[in-house]
Design a protein around this ligand. Structure first.
Ligand SMILES: CC1=C(/C=C/C(C)=C/C=C/C(C)=C/C=O)C(C)(C)CCC1
Length: 301
């Protein structure tokens, strides 16, 4: 896990350096290359994960989980169609929690329960509102395309500061309670500086791709492979990839087709993020359950 953070730091600095050489179209192509490869891959085994977690629960067979998953995704897409602003708000809250959980779950050793979960939500929301604030204009264009609503810079800065005001004392409280969180504090502040630089110097999609792939998807892939095999080795990675291939291919072909059908980048972004949102709902539940099952077996990494 420590190695993955080092890889993320190196990759981030490399991408920041790259930003001064590549612009516009190439940045978008590279962003989608990263998102479509590792980003989409890390959510492509959700159905398998859910069947493994609920081995003895109500969703025993792969087919049942698959139908449940498809219904869930269709409901989410329906919500985006009929009540886009409600769907978008739920998506952002759900993503914030999911990003926070992935970033911190391996670090919390002593604190459990509601405070930890509230911290995940606030931390993830901090990262997202930082990105949205620094890239306000670009975010607004996509949000208008999805929902028809304008989000002002004032509103985003209000969310950012309100989040920060609660996040800081809660973080201090957790630092006192958990010695791993305490040991990590300087490193974590350093990561926040890196995120700020990335979001500031990159375009929205490039900044999002760097965070999403190196800081979220790769650690998540590692945790999932470990959960499924009890270790991470070549065979585990290969098996994961083979299992994910059909879903990964369907998603990638679907997204590329969307691009060629709509061409207009703004409409494409709106559809792309709605798709990402629809699959994010079941994905965050699957990963949340995975961590719960792992922790209850006392099998932390
Ligand atoms: C960047 C961005 C947005 C938010 C994206 C989010 C929140 C993505 C979360 C993805 C997750 C959690 C995937 C699964 O692991 C908006 C608001 C659509 C506006 C346009 C730019």
């Amino acid at each position: 896990m420590k190695n993955l953070r080092q890889i993320a730091i190196l990759a981030s600095f490399f991408c920041i350096w790259l930003t001064s050489y590549i612009h516009g179209e190439y940045e978008i192509i590279l962003s989608f290359f990263l998102i479509l490869s590792f980003g989409i891959l890390h959510g492509s085994n959700d159905i398998f994960l859910i069947s493994k977690i609920w081995e003895s629960g109500p969703l025993t067979s792969y087919g049942r989980v698959l139908s449940f998953y498809v219904v869930f995704v269709l409901l989410a897409l329906g919500l985006f169609y009929f009540a886009p602003i409600v769907a978008l708000s739920i998506f952002i809250l759900c993503s914030a929690y999911h990003f926070g959980e992935q970033h911190w779950e391996n670090d919390f050793t002593l604190v459990e329960g509601i405070w930890k979960r509230f911290f995940y939500l606030l931390y993830g929301m901090f990262i997202l509102s930082l990105l949205f604030w620094l890239k306000n204009e670009e975010v607004n264009e996509v949000v208008v395309a999805i929902s028809g609503y304008d989000v002002s810079e004032a509103f985003i800065s209000y969310v950012f500061y309100s989040d920060l005001i609660v996040l800081v004392p809660l973080w201090l409280f957790l630092i006192v309670r958990d010695n791993i969180v305490r040991k990590q504090v300087l490193a974590e502040l350093f990561y926040l500086v890196i995120f700020t630089i990335i979001f500031k110097v990159s375009s929205l999609i490039w900044g999002f791709a760097i965070y999403f792939v190196f800081w979220h998807s790769l650690p998540s892939l590692y945790d999932q492979i470990y959960f499924l095999n009890n270790r991470v080795d070549k065979k585990g990675v290969w098996d994961y990839w083979k299992m994910a291939l059909p879903f990964w291919l369907i998603s990638v072909i679907g997204i590329v087709a969307l691009y060629y059908v709509f061409k207009d980048l703004e409409i494409f972004y709106a559809l792309f993020f709605s798709f990402l949102a629809a699959v994010t709902f079941p994905h965050s539940i699957a990963i949340h359950k995975m961590f719960k099952t792992r922790n209850s077996k006392n099998d932390r990494i």
